[in-house]
Design a protein around this ligand. Structure first.
Ligand SMILES: *[C@@H]1O[C@H](CO)[C@@H](O)[C@H](O)[C@H]1NC(C)=O
Ligand SMILES: *[C@@H]1O[C@H](CO)[C@@H](O)[C@H](O)[C@H]1NC(C)=O
Ligand SMILES: *[C@@H]1O[C@H](CO)[C@@H](O)[C@H](O)[C@H]1NC(C)=O
Ligand SMILES: *[C@@H]1O[C@H](CO)[C@@H](O)[C@H](O)[C@H]1NC(C)=O
Length: 405
């Protein structure tokens, strides 16, 4: 069984590699015609650390294996934002496109700011309707997390990023949470914190921490002076398994640094994307065994791929044309079912600040580039902006008042 799986896995990789090479050249070739093509396939560690922006997109594998080969080509869409650079010198046609794009982005930002500047007021009616619609389709409070209830021994986990399945063995079952941590719960105020550079010097820490429930993405840093701007309280933090690979040596060596790094999140829930791609499962399990062995207080749980599938259908029906959702949208969706008041911070997919257009780093803690924030993110952001305008949730794009809510 295992041997067969391995074989399958191997041939899949070979196929993906070939396909990948082909895709790279195709995409590179087509880039000038249709830059959007690039968006759904890029995946590298920097992007994975792009939590509440876009974490897990399709074709992980292909892209991961091709990252090095295609780094140069992949850089191109980024350059759109950058104006003067080699690409411009090399190709004036590209340069024109880039300028157009820059102009377009400015327009988009301008529009967003305009929409945002209207006074926000919660529209209870809209909120209730939206929430009951979302709940009836996705059942996040029962299904978002894998539990011993929704995945009994012998049942199958169907990956949402591949066609693979995994049978629940007694061993696997034993690490599932007994009951859904959110069932029958309604919280008052939740803050979902994206990691965007817009949080730098925002003074939003206090306001974020005043929420009853704080959700963060992909194990972000909280100390070193960031507290003031991003807060420190954490009730749920997500982890894309790729972070275990690139930050903690796939947990094959010393595991103490990993456990240490979890300390700052206290006994929050650690929500792991273990079942999107089968390549992530083993390292996720190592993370959980490490947490258990070191008796870390953090409570690891698995994101349920079935929830992700229904969520994707839900958002697609709302107009989103994506194959995978960002972690930011997943956690926001969960918050919309769980909390009466949902506040979003650090969600801003553009590289310029909405107010004075100053350059922003990609994250509040680094400037690792996510290659396709241009294409994928604004679509999601547009949806969030719509919910903001409808008074269903509240986006925070500016600096926060200090000394009180
Ligand atoms: C902002 O970024 C652009 C593109 O990367 C660069 O050309 C410009 O010099 C930057 N501006 C400042 C003030 O850093
Ligand atoms: C949640 O509520 C339902 C119906 O009100 C009830 O049947 C169920 O036992 C509750 N679950 C928990 C975990 O309290
Ligand atoms: C943030 O504020 C500090 C201190 O006032 C300042 O030195 C720094 O340049 C600011 N950073 C940005 C990106 O505005
Ligand atoms: C409920 O959500 C679905 C899927 O997103 C959407 O097509 C439908 O219009 C929504 N219904 C209402 C009443 O909002």
């Amino acid at each position: 069984m295992r041997g067969q799986l391995l074989k399958l896995h191997f041939s899949l990789i070979i196929t993906l590699l070939c396909l990948g090479g082909l895709l790279t050249s195709l995409i590179w070739y087509n880039y000038n015609v249709e830059p959007h093509r690039l968006s759904p396939r890029k995946k590298n560690p920097s992007q994975l650390s792009e939590p509440c922006k876009s974490c897990t997109k399709v074709m992980d594998k292909v892209a991961e294996r091709k990252t090095e080969i295609s780094e140069k080509q992949e850089d191109k869409p980024e350059k759109i934002r950058e104006g003067n650079n080699k690409a411009v010198e090399q190709n004036s046609e590209t340069s024109k496109k880039q300028e157009d794009s820059l102009q377009k982005v400015k327009e988009v930002i301008h529009k967003a700011v305009e929409r945002y500047s209207q006074t926000w007021k919660k529209q209870e009616d809209n909120y209730q309707k939206f929430r009951s619609n979302l709940s009836s389709k996705c059942h996040g409070l029962e299904e978002a997390i894998i539990t011993q209830n929704n995945k009994p021994v012998g049942s199958e986990i169907v990956y949402d990023g591949s066609k693979k399945t995994l049978k629940v063995t007694p061993e696997l079952f034993s690490i599932f949470m007994k009951e859904h941590p959110f069932s029958n719960k309604t919280l008052d105020t939740c803050a979902v914190v994206g990691n965007g550079g817009i949080l730098i010097n925002s003074s939003c820490g206090e306001m974020i921490d005043s929420a009853q429930f704080v959700i963060r993405c992909n194990l972000p840093p909280l100390a070193n002076g960031y507290e003031k701007h991003v807060g420190i309280k954490t009730d749920l933090v997500t982890a894309n398994p790729s972070i275990f690979n690139y930050r903690f040596g796939a947990l094959n060596g010393p595991r103490h640094p990993f456990v240490e790094s979890l300390r700052r999140y206290g006994n929050s829930l650690l929500l792991i994307h273990a079942f999107s791609f089968s390549a992530y499962t083993a390292v996720s399990l190592r993370a959980i065994y490490t947490i258990n062995d070191f008796e870390s207080p953090i409570r690891p749980v698995f994101l349920n791929p079935e929830y992700l599938k229904s969520l994707l259908l839900f958002w697609r029906a709302q107009g989103l044309r994506e194959n995978r959702l960002s972690t930011g949208l997943i956690t926001t969706s969960l918050a919309l079912e769980l909390c009466n008041n949902v506040h979003l911070y650090g969600f801003w997919p553009f590289s310029n600040h909405p107010h004075d257009l100053h350059n922003l780093t990609n994250h509040y803690y680094d400037d690792m580039q996510a290659k396709k924030q241009f294409h994928a993110m604004p679509a999601e952001f547009d949806l969030l902006m719509r919910l903001h305008s409808q008074g269903i949730l509240r986006l925070h794009l500016g600096d926060c008042p200090t000394g009180g809510k």
